[in-house]
Design a binder for this molecule. Structure first.
Ligand code: SF4
Length: 407
């Protein structure tokens, strides 16, 4: 959305090294992510052409003064909807000097200045922001505020614009997609399943994918829309589990338990036997005992996830979990993370193997490389056009994460 607004304002994409304005979309989800975003801002602020650096996103909301202190050319704009106009404003302003070697940037005319939507083959379309849950480890809901959604017409405009730029697959993104609530032009309420249905009916986009979703939001209605859309909705759901232990889930303030999750997975697999499931897992949440952790891993194994992102618990100041006195030792967290990553790899290999001999619809990312509905890398013939959506036969596994696809 931000990229589209910039494009509509006449900006063009440039590399960091030539940009007059660099936008850094910050992330506060873990301490590590936050440190990386600070590093990115510092790096951009010190580029030789001395660009304006606009920091947006969660860290910008929570720690504006600290980010501003990273450079006199750093500007903080937490509201992503305002970033395009802020960038344009800055293009007409002089960049402040930060030191002897700093060279003031030339304010370029808008139509030569700056970023457009990227050439990404699977662009994200942001349909929702904010979250009404209060997970005890999370700082994102504080940074982003209450849930709000993008109206249907705007979403459709974005999808069509992505198609015009050649995208065959679009990814619906948000902080909590299941919170999506908007309206049709006739005033009737629209939730996520209805939105997907509208996108499929009102555009001819090749494939729609959901970024991630909370377990209670995987409703029968959603699964039915996915199942009846056949290949036009990717047969993949990234459902955030966070822990496979009910005691830990309760302490995390998550609003489901493992039996709800297992029931959801069963229903999804009944309706779409070829669906792949992915998840996020946090290890080392305060108070997580060895037994809790083993229980959590055993549950993950029973779910056979094709992708499992493992996060080491990261203490976010200001959250209830950070104030707990039963924090887990970093060495224990590291050991649990290694064990969980090993399981993630095992499950991925197991799920990849199941695809051998099957036909799969893949999006060609770049020369010779494509991505399947379940997000496996698939090597394809070099002659396959970038961005095309093609069906291939999976001939064999090349590694745990890569498959050989034949057209
Ligand atoms: S669902 Fe929980 S973890 Fe996810 S953004 Fe909301 S509060 Fe944070």
């Amino acid at each position: 959305m931000m990229a589209l607004a910039l494009e509509q304002a006449g900006c063009v994409l440039g590399t960091q090294r030539e940009a007059a304005v660099v936008i850094v979309n910050t992330c506060a989800v873990t301490g590590e992510a936050q440190a990386k975003t600070r590093k990115a801002i510092r790096h951009a602020a010190n580029l030789p052409q001395h660009p304006w650096v606009v920091a947006t996103g969660c860290v910008a909301s929570l720690f504006a003064p600290e980010l501003k202190a990273l450079g006199s050319n750093v500007v903080v704009e937490p509201n992503k909807a305002q970033v395009a106009s802020r960038a344009l404003e800055l293009l007409g302003a002089d960049v402040p000097e930060t030191g002897q070697d700093a060279k003031p940037a030339e304010a370029l005319p808008h139509n030569h200045a700056f970023a457009t939507p990227t050439g990404r083959t699977r662009p994200g379309i942001k349909i929702q922001d904010g979250c009404d849950n209060h997970c005890t480890f999370c700082i994102v809901w504080k940074a982003r505020g209450h849930s709000r959604s993008v109206e249907l017409e705007q979403v459709l405009r974005e999808v069509r614009a992505a198609q015009q730029r050649g995208a065959q697959e679009i990814v619906l993104t948000g902080i909590n997609l299941g919170n999506y609530r908007a309206h049709r032009p006739d005033g009737t309420e629209l939730a996520l399943p209805g939105l997907i249905d509208e996108i499929l009916t009102q555009t001819d986009v090749g494939r729609v994918r959901l970024s991630s979703i909370e377990p209670p939001d995987v409703t029968d209605e959603l699964l039915d829309v996915m199942a009846s859309a056949d290949s036009r909705v990717a047969r993949f759901l990234h459902v955030c589990l966070q822990s496979g232990c009910d005691r830990t889930l309760h302490q995390m303030g998550r609003v489901y338990n493992t039996s709800l999750f297992a029931h959801m997975a069963d229903r999804a697999r009944q309706k779409m036997p070829n669906i792949s499931l992915g998840t996020d897992l946090i290890v080392g949440f305060p108070g997580e005992t060895d037994q809790d952790f083993e229980e959590s891993l055993a549950f993950c194994k029973s779910m056979s996830f094709s992708r499992m992102h493992v996060f080491r618990y990261s203490r976010r100041p200001g959250t209830p979990a950070a104030a707990r006195t039963d924090q887990i030792a970093p060495t224990t967290i590291a050991a649990r993370s290694a064990q969980a990553l090993e399981l993630a790899q095992e499950m991925r290999a197991y799920e990849a193997e199941k695809l051998v001999g099957k036909r799969e619809l893949v999006v060609v990312q770049d020369r010779g490389r494509a991505v399947s509905g379940g997000l496996f890398d698939v090597l394809v013939d070099d002659s396959c056009a970038q961005n095309s959506l093609i069906e291939v036969q999976i001939a064999r596994m090349l590694s745990d994460t890569t498959l050989d696809g034949r057209t």
